[in-house]
Structure formats: C-alpha cells, structure tokens
Design a protein around this ligand. Structure first.
Ligand code: 2P0
Length: 351
C-alpha cells in the first residue's frame, strides 16, 4: 500500500531594501555579485511573502508553484530549479544518515506563495519570494542549515533574496571564490540594536519595471565607464562606512552613505548604453523633499533610496516621524500633485 501522507511546512519572509546596492554579476549562473551590499529588513506586518511547501507521493505531475493564485512556470526557471536541486541534495544527505526518515526527495513538491503587497510594485518581491521558498522547503525537509547557509541557496534564486533570510541589518559579502561558497549573507546587527529606525515607502508606480534588474545590471557591467570604480573602489569603502554608521547608530552618517550609494547606482544606470532610467519626476521630487526636510532640520534626519524603479524608500528615526512623514506628503503633493499610495512608520524586522 502506498503512503499518501502529505508533509507540509509554512513560513514567511520579509522584504529587504538595500542601502548599499547590489548591481552587477561576476557569474550570472551562480548569481555571484561584483560587489558586496547591505540592506535593512522591513517589518513583515507591512510587507512579506507567505509560502507553504508540501510534498506527497500521492501528488502527481512535476513540482508546481502557485503565486498569488496563479500557476508559475517553474520548470523552465533555471533559478528555481537550482534552488530545488540544492535543497533536494541536502535532504538526501539527511535521509542517507537515517533510513527511518520518509524519502521526501522522491515526492513532487507543491508550493503556494502569497505576497501581502503588489508583486509588480518593484518592492523587492523576488527577494522575499525566494527567501520564503527556500526557508519553507528547508523546514519541510528538516534541514539543519543556518540562515547564512540557506543564503547560499536563496542567492541562486535571486541575488537579493539571500538578504531576506535574516532580520535587522544584513550584509551580503560578495566573496571571491569561483564556486560562490563565500558569497553569503550575514546579520551585522539585529533590529533591537537600533529599534528607532523607520521606513516610509512611496509607491510612485505599481507598474512592472521597464528594464528587469538581471538584464539591466549586465548592461551596466558591460557598458558603463563609471561602474568599475563603483564596484572596485567606491562600494568597498562605503560598506565599511555603513557598518560603522550602523554599529554607532550614527543616523547622519547612515543617511549620507545611503543617499550617495543610491545616487551612484542610478548614475551607473544612466551611464549604461543604452541608458537605463529608473527614476521619474516624482522620484526626483521625493529626493528634493528629503533635501528640504534635512535643510530645515539643520542635519540629516531622512535618507532616500531607490531600487530598480521609481518608488522611494525613506529611512528616518521614530523621533522625527512628524518632521519627515508629515512634511513629506505636504511637499510632494504641493510640488507634483502626487496622491499615490504611501506607507509610513514601518518598523524593521527581526527573524
Ligand atoms: C539591491 N537590486 O541591492 C539592488 C538595488 C535592485 C537595485 O537586488 O538578477 O532581483 O535576481 O540577482 O536580486 C535587484 O536584483 O537580481 C536588486 P537577480 P535581483 O536590492
């Protein structure tokens, strides 16, 4: 008689927003970056992916993924296949050591994922998505791996996903090995270290981005004259500055480094050929609003950063909530007439 038990595990993963940006791969198959990056993990109350992984010998057909109720073609996704292969290989090692364990690796997987934010909004959905997928299957397979060990797997799904397996402040070390075994994420400080930190998200556009990150970053690597200096000289110095700023809870230093790195990343995009434009007029108005707030405060109390799209993320400390979030909406509406979605006072997340 065949066993029809359904084995199941669920988990959630948060969104992370980089303050030192990942942009460029030195190995496209393994998703190895040209430079290290550093991110802040946002609260799962606001933004998260929930994933359930199950397997059973009663399931028919190949592995499947339902994302927000729609089937995804994971058979032709090399990245998803790379993650599934690695997770199965590790489960096989576990099963080899204990013959009483069920042979889960022989069973088809069913994955069901739901984002509590618009998938297309350019809010790092692939990061939370692959982190949740890897963690859910690792839980299902009862793998003994630490978050840092799992980050090696999630990285192969989407680079930035390796930073969503931890909370607080997370560094993705680029590493230098050919096989990527040293290209891992590690938590440099938990959220409790700097609990006053807040994020404000301005959804300027919920459209899918014009140039996908994977293609855009390779265009930059191949054509930008600014990129080499960014990857080799600028980012290593900024990683050190950012880690110092976080350890010392030095907001002005954190803010200056965050804004400079976002600008450097977008300068490299514009310096690519053909040029890549992620920012629009509302994004630029948001940058001006932050500059106005900081000028009025007489110090840096707010920091903007933009990923591969026009949406702004503004970091600030709780004590400046009124100053930043209040003034922000007023200035932006007055300048652009903008009345889009706006999420403020988002705390950070601990895993
Ligand atoms: C980041 N971004 O550090 C940077 C800033 C976008 C701009 O990581 O090709 O979706 O899947 O490894 O992770 C977006 O890139 O790219 C990204 P892949 P990913 O957050």
């Amino acid at each position: 008689m065949s066993d029809s038990t359904v084995y199941r595990a669920s988990t959630t993963a948060p969104v992370n927003i980089a303050v030192i940006k990942y942009w460029g791969k030195r190995d496209t198959a393994l998703n190895l970056p040209t430079n290290s990056s550093l991110s802040v993990t946002l609260s799962q109350k606001s933004l998260k992916t929930h994933t359930t992984a199950s397997c059973s010998s009663s399931y028919s057909g190949p592995d499947s993924l339902l994302l927000n109720g729609e089937p995804e073609d994971i058979q032709s996704s090399k990245r998803t296949q790379a993650c599934l292969q690695l997770l199965r290989r590790f489960r096989k090692d576990v099963e080899a050591k204990d013959s009483s364990l069920p042979k889960l690796t022989d069973m088809p997987l069913k994955l069901v994922s739901i984002n509590n934010f618009p998938t297309a909004a350019g809010l790092a959905s692939s990061a939370a998505g692959f982190a949740a997928l890897v963690r859910a299957i690792a839980n299902l397979y009862e793998l003994p791996h630490s978050p840092t060990q799992l980050s090696l797997i999630a990285r192969q799904g989407s680079g930035s996903a390796c930073r969503s397996l931890m909370g607080g402040y997370v560094a993705w070390r680029a590493g230098s090995s050919k096989d990527g075994q040293d290209s891992i994420a590690e938590e440099i400080a938990p959220v409790s270290h700097w609990p006053e930190m807040r994020a404000l998200i301005l959804v300027v556009s919920a459209d899918k981005k014009g140039v996908a990150s994977t293609a855009g970053m390779q265009t930059t690597v191949e054509t930008s004259t600014l990129f080499k200096a960014r990857a080799e000289e600028i980012v290593p110095k900024r990683m050190a500055l950012m880690e110092e700023a976080i350890q010392a809870k030095d907001f002005p230093k954190f803010a200056e480094t965050t804004m400079k790195d976002s600008n450097s990343f977008h300068a490299c995009c514009l310096d690519s050929w053909p040029p890549i434009h992620y920012l629009n007029d509302v994004s630029r108005a948001a940058m001006n609003a932050v500059e106005t707030i900081n000028r009025r405060a007489g110090e840096l109390v707010a920091a903007y950063t933009f990923d591969a799209g026009p949406n702004a993320v503004i970091y600030y400390e709780e004590k400046n909530e009124k100053l930043v979030a209040g003034v922000f909406r007023y200035v932006l509406q007055a300048v652009t007439g903008w009345d889009g979605e706006y999420g403020s006072n988002i705390p950070l997340n601990d895993r």
